[in-house]
Design a protein around this ligand. Structure first.
Ligand code: FAD
Length: 431
């Protein structure tokens, strides 16, 4: 009998267990599948995805929705994968999906449905789920042939029970095949605490520096406090040194510390790497991206002409969010109660620049705890197109622990499903 161990009962680990079970059943191979998970319940992060609704994939999927330091290997891994593959996989497991402008959710719009379906399938296939098992290391057993010999998996020796007593438990397992599906170190309170990177490093796998991604950006200017809480449609251009790295549009949020919201999340990984490399990171924000400068100037001049007695604050409040007006006027060093008709041409140009070309210096990102995913991780050059280690055959690596980060929109889970299914299938084929 072949012993397959999967480390991590998250998105990619559970789907890998299901696919390996299916393939074993189909081929009649005798494979025992065990999952080791350090949380007390599986799929804790999954439950938090998509604001509790789980955006599991996206019909707009293409290579540009993913980032990696190794785009060629990424292309090989994706290899024509589509949202339909994932939708039909879940349909076969008994879960219906719904399509909201290309964003795919479970029909129930409950992330718990996805978790229940995966867990239910694992249980019905007889996958052994060992909870409360924190894996410390995976060691390749010595053998003359690098493809044989198996692995020794070590977990923490004990745990503290509900009554505060230290309990001993099994802490060593022998595996023929291993799938490393430990996730990253984003939102560690949900389980993935970065220990997977240590396990991978201990096995001799090479890693790319891991940084927070899909996260908010901290800005140098103090005037953000004046507009904290504002949500407004905007375009952000992110620069590292003088180079334009990414552009995105959508609902931008202004916060006490700076900027957040989906368009900021989308560009944040470039800021993370820029800051880690000691570069100057900055952004230009356009708070009225659908209106060009000349049109904005004529609208502003017309509104001032038509509201002769109004102050500049009141005139601008007819155009953008009132809290944002406070910040913009403060940035322009203009008094809110200045009569609009007294504004000089330079004042108007300053206001237009503040709205259309708002410059901000990025001094940091939010930390890993407030980031949806991580960029960086195990190099893609370490694995083949079936997610098998090139150095250590019989070892597979899936999901977010790899050097791939998707944009917001269901791409990170797509990557988890895709890698888990491919690894689960390949591991059985290799037996
Ligand atoms: C708040 C939030 C919302 C998100 N929403 C979306 C969304 O809507 N759509 C989308 O595509 N992506 C979303 N993501 C990202 C997505 O959840 C992850 O990319 C995905 O879960 C990664 O899957 P994984 O299997 O690699 O890792 P995980 O799902 O994190 O699973 C890893 C598992 O391994 C376990 N583990 C880790 N180390 C060890 C160890 N040493 N021993 C034993 N067990 C271990 C962990 O406890 C965890 O259960 C969101 C992330 C967050 C934080």
């Amino acid at each position: 009998m072949t012993e397959l161990f999967i480390i991590g009962a998250g998105a990619s680990g559970m789907i890998a267990a299901i696919e390996a079970s299916k393939q074993a059943l189909k081929s009649g191979k005798n494979i025992k599948i065990t999952m080791l998970e350090h949380n007390t319940v599986p799929g804790k992060k999954l439950l938090a995805t998509g604001n509790g609704r789980c955006n599991l994939t996206n019909r707009q999927l293409n290579i540009n929705c993913f980032r990696s330091h190794d785009i060629d290997s990424l292309k090989e891994c994706l290899n024509g994968s589509s949202a339909d593959d994932i939708i039909s996989y879940f349909n076969d497991l008994g879960m219906l999906c719904t399509d909201k402008n290309g964003y795919i959710y479970p029909y129930s719009c409950q992330a718990s449905t996805v978790n229940d379906v995966l867990l239910g399938a694992c249980i019905s296939y007889g996958v052994e789920m060992v909870m409360d098992a924190h894996v410390i290391s995976v060691e390749k057993q010595k053998s003359e042939h690098k493809s044989s010999g198996g692995f020794i998996i070590k977990t923490s020796e004990g745990y503290i029970d509900d009554n505060g007593n230290r309990k001993k438990k099994r802490c060593e397992y022998r595996a023929d095949k291993v799938i490393l599906a430990c996730g990253s170190k984003a939102y560690s309170k949900l389980g993935s605490d970065g220990s997977g990177y240590n396990i991978a490093g201990g096995l001799g796998l090479k890693l790319i520096e891991v940084v927070p991604a899909l996260t908010g950006l901290r800005c140098r200017e103090k005037t953000y406090t004046l507009a904290a809480g504002v949500r407004t449609y905007a375009e952000i251009k992110l620069y590292v040194d003088q180079e334009l790295m990414a552009v995105d549009r959508g609902e931008l949020q202004l916060t006490e510390y700076g900027i957040s919201g989906i368009p900021v999340f989308q560009v944040s990984r470039y800021a993370s790497y820029g800051i880690a490399d000691g570069c100057k990171v900055s952004a230009y924000i356009d708070f009225m991206p659908d209106i060009d400068r000349a049109t904005l100037q004529s609208i502003l001049e017309r509104n001032i002409k038509n509201n002769k007695d109004a102050d500049i604050y009141a005139v601008l409040c007819g155009m953008v969010n009132s809290k944002l007006v406070r910040k913009l006027l403060s940035d322009c060093r203009m008094k809110e109660n200045m009569p609009a008709k007294d504004a000089t041409e330079k004042d108007l140009l300053d206001i237009i620049s503040a709205i259309k070309n708002h410059y901000t210096v990025i001094i940091g990102t939010n930390d890993f705890e407030q980031s949806q995913v991580c960029a960086g991780g195990v190099k893609l050059s370490e694995i083949d197109e079936n997610f098998q280690s090139k150095k250590l055959p019989s070892l597979y690596i899936t999901g977010e622990i790899l050097d791939v980060d998707g944009m917001c929109g269901g791409y990170n889970l797509h990557w988890a499903w895709l890698s888990g299914i491919k690894a689960g299938r390949a591991v059985v084929n290799e037996v």
